[in-house]
Design a protein around this ligand. Structure first.
Ligand SMILES: Cc1cc2nc3c(=O)[nH]c(=O)nc-3n(C[C@H](O)[C@H](O)[C@H](O)COP(=O)(O)OP(=O)(O)OC[C@H]3O[C@@H](n4cnc5c(N)ncnc54)[C@H](O)[C@@H]3O)c2cc1C
Length: 450
């Protein structure tokens, strides 16, 4: 039995971990979980064991004493939560700064940004409270202008972030960036903003899973939900290859890996997009000096199709960007070639440095260009949290907590309006990858114009 998803099956091999740097360096932190092999019941069933599902499970079990089980198709951290760039930073929307304010108005944008600051701090707080060694690095995000024209836009965004949205942000000239951070062929000044830090995403994910289990949640790995139906008494029945789970309430937390056919209310509501990462061998002191690299802060550039990068604790360089739009093996190879070529163009002195790791995964966008957090209107026993636009370390953790509080108290928390409810269904949803290709082509053209 298989559950239809948008991309090639190559992207949904739940029995195989991605060959990532994180998988290679988190091995000492295991998770105790077993597949579902019998017929069980619980109060709340969570589908998906990433940050959304695990944060919800932790808060439901710890703060609301609710009987909760998590069903994860792979191992805990198989999805984006185990393979992202580890940027714990503000974001989570498909439009930023000027455009965000234009689209939603200053008040709603400010309300949203307040929740984003809270979300970054929540990750730090959970790690501290639950004793998760996330290997935190840096204390700001650097957004670098890739052209002189882009720097003008970054300056405007900075003014809005600081003035209108109340965020701690400042502008640095190209000379200041060169002195304090790094230099590159595409460095024309930058904005730095706080709060932000880098972390080891898989250690954080496994730490969340362990904390949730310690607080009373039951975790099932290798338990892909293949069917979801409703009994006459309104209970939800989730069927896996090994067993069934009967639950009064369900939280659907599968983000970019969403099996859209599982529950009709979710079909066509999201746009999963491939993001890919490469990691070099450790850089030598001389290599770092060649581009004056001297920061542990996570960095992005100001392109529409942006790149993200950071120096890891063992001096390896992590570099990421958008991936292919088919999901098959050949697309994967092309993606890595493109990403490596971009990295070499930006830091030519590192052209000879070996790439030790490469992997990819799916981020999730929505038609409303904001996260979608809520409860189904026509089935109040179903909650959801997804659509973090490539910024889920903080946002998914936060969404999981909001949903747990909602389920646990029975009252809707004060969510920023931007995130409330599902995005509209994409028109002609079957054609979504075609729109995506067109959108990427236009954004790429605009980026090339500066
Ligand atoms: C390459 C990459 C880089 C990224 N970099 C960053 C970054 O630096 N900073 C940042 O903030 N965000 C980043 N993101 C985004 C971030 O990782 C995600 O937004 C976040 O992890 C989403 O968490 P989640 O729990 O909602 O989804 P996921 O972590 O994807 O978890 C969903 C889970 O659902 C499971 N699932 C799917 N179908 C079923 C089923 N039928 N039954 C049971 N389980 C199922 C999947 O196996 C998966 O583990 C990145 C993402 C990628 C792919």
């Amino acid at each position: 039995m298989s559950v239809k998803r948008l991309y090639d099956d190559n992207l949904y091999q739940f029995d195989r971990p991605q060959p990532s740097y994180w998988e290679a360096t988190a091995s000492e932190v295991g998770v105790t979980a077993s597949p579902l092999t019998s017929s069980e019941s619980c109060d709340v069933a969570i589908i998906g064991g990433g940050y959304t599902g695990l944060s919800a499970a932790l808060h439901l079990a710890r703060d609301h004493d609710i009987d909760v089980r998590v069903l994860e198709a792979g191992h805990f951290g198989w999805g984006a939560s185990g393979r992202n760039g580890g940027f714990c930073t503000m974001g989570g929307t498909g439009v930023h700064g000027r455009e965000l304010i234009k689209l939603f108005g200053a008040e709603k944008a400010r309300d949203y940004y307040r929740s984003q600051v809270e979300a970054v701090e929540l990750v730090r707080e959970i790690a501290g409270d639950e004793g998760i060694d996330i290997l935190a690095q840096g204390n700001a995000e650097v957004e670098v202008a890739h052209t002189a024209k882009a720097f003008e836009g970054v300056k405007t965004d900075c003014k809005l972030l600081r003035g209108t949205l109340g965020i701690d942000a400042e502008i640095l000239s190209a000379d200041e960036v060169r002195e304090r951070y790094y230099d590159s062929t595409e460095q024309f000044g930058a904005m730095i903003s706080r709060p932000t830090f880098g972390l080891h995403p898989l250690r954080y994910c496994r730490g969340l899973a362990n904390a949730a289990a310690r607080r009373g949640a039951t975790l099932h790995e290798r338990s892909e939900v293949l069917e979801w139906s409703k009994a006459a008494d309104g209970a939800h029945l989730l069927v896996t290859a090994g067993g069934t789970l009967n639950a009064r309430r369900v939280l659907f937390a599968t983000n970019g890996f969403m099996p859209e056919g599982l529950y009709p209310g979710f079909y066509g509501r999201t746009m999963p997009v491939v993001s890919a990462i490469v990691v070099t061998r450790p850089l030598t002191g001389a290599e770092k000096l060649a581009h004056r690299w001297q920061t542990e802060d996570p960095v992005i550039n100001a392109r529409r199709i942006l790149n993200y990068y950071r120096l890891l604790p063992d001096d390896r360089f992590l570099f990421g960007g958008r991936g292919h739009t088919k999901g098959h093996v050949q697309g994967e190879a092309d993606t890595y070639n493109d990403i490596i070529a971009t990295m070499h163009r930006m830091w030519p002195e590192w052209s000879g440095v070996d790439i030790d790791y490469r992997w990819h995964g799916l981020i999730c966008m929505t038609s409303k260009r904001c996260p979608a957090v809520g409860r189904l209107q026509d089935d109040p026993g179903v909650w959801f949290g997804h659509g973090y636009h490539g910024n889920g370390v903080n946002t998914a953790t936060w969404a999981g907590k909001q949903l747990a509080d909602w389920i646990g108290t029975g009252s809707e928390p004060q969510l920023p309006e931007l995130v409330r409810g599902l995005g509209r269904k994409y028109p002609l949803a079957r054609m979504r990858l075609k729109y995506l290709r067109l959108g990427i082509a236009i954004s790429g053209w605009l980026d090339r114009r500066g």
